[in-house]
Ligand binder design. Structure first.
Ligand code: ZN
Length: 77
């Protein structure tokens, strides 16, 4: 059974009301969607609040995020 990557990414936001902070590898996974949303003019902070929260506290992921914003990948599915 195959699950589309996009659904998996969303699942980390939806899956739990719990306040467990995301881990870096989970943010890595979701960051592309997050940046995508931001570049499309959507409210990424509202769509991915936990990713946003992680970015506030993790310099490493924040740097990755800024690089992705500056150099969005061109490959689109
Ligand atoms: Zn991180």
């Amino acid at each position: 059974m195959r699950i589309k990557a996009r659904y998996r990414r969303l699942a980390i936001e939806i899956a739990d009301e719990e306040t467990r902070p995301l881990r870096c590898y989970e943010v890595d996974d979701a960051l592309e969607s997050y940046v995508d949303a931001e570049l499309s003019g959507e409210d990424a902070r509202t769509l991915y609040p936990r990713v946003w929260a992680h970015l506030q506290t993790c310099a490493r992921c924040h740097e990755t995020y800024e690089q992705m914003l500056a150099n969005p990948e061109e490959d689109e599915e």
